[in-house]
Design a protein around this ligand. Sequence first.
Ligand code: C5P
Length: 243
Amino acid sequence: MDKKKAIIALDFNQASEVDDFLHLFGNEQLNIKIGMELFYANGPDIVRNLVDSSHDIFFDLKLHDIPNTVQKTMKILASLGVQMVNVHAQGGRQMMEAARKGLDAGTPPGQSRPKLLAVTQLTSLSEASFKEEQPSSLSLQESILHYADLAHQAGLDGVICSPLEAQLIHEQISPDFLTVTPGIRLETKVKDDQFRIASPAEAARLGTDYIVVGRPITQAKDPLAAYQSIQKSWTEALKKGAE
Ligand code: C5P
């Protein structure tokens, strides 16, 4: 999956909405994210159709179940031809190791195994709700680092986190450990239900590997123009960082 392209979260429920949306981009090959809404409404056919249309796909089902169930499910997901899948790190080390085993077993010979990522703490969570709802002596940031470390030890390729944590994760876990970051807003005052947000340029400055953008593109009056302006800001900032 090309790091220079934002991953567009296709948070629609009708396949026809996806078709209309993708039509706006002509033949451009995109990074897209299929989440629960689209998948639960349409089943695996929508994933197969999008794989066939040659877009690169992050299949975001955030599995969180007992190790045996997650392992067997990952074996199926590995056969679909997607590039990224994920679990909740809060499912524990054994569950994450099982996810990795399932992916290894299900990847068809000659194909690359999908990257396996772990959600540390949802980007919609604030420090206050963390303290109230997940009583812990750790701060939210310490908890995120703890889960990132656990995911690294379990053999995962990276984590889903906020751009605000990407730099710390690269410094404290490993520079090669992927950080995939939702919570991206061009205008950082428009948050929707996200809490830990950043602009594409700030995400690039903090060393985020991939940005995931949903509503700022899908709900824009002109989605193509919104995508292009996010791309401009993301790629220019990446270039600046590389200089
Ligand atoms: O619309 P918005 O840009 O907020 O969409 C972000 C996308 O990333 C959504 O599809 C959401 O499910 C997903 N996501 C997230 N936070 C995580 C993991 C995934 O917002 N920790």
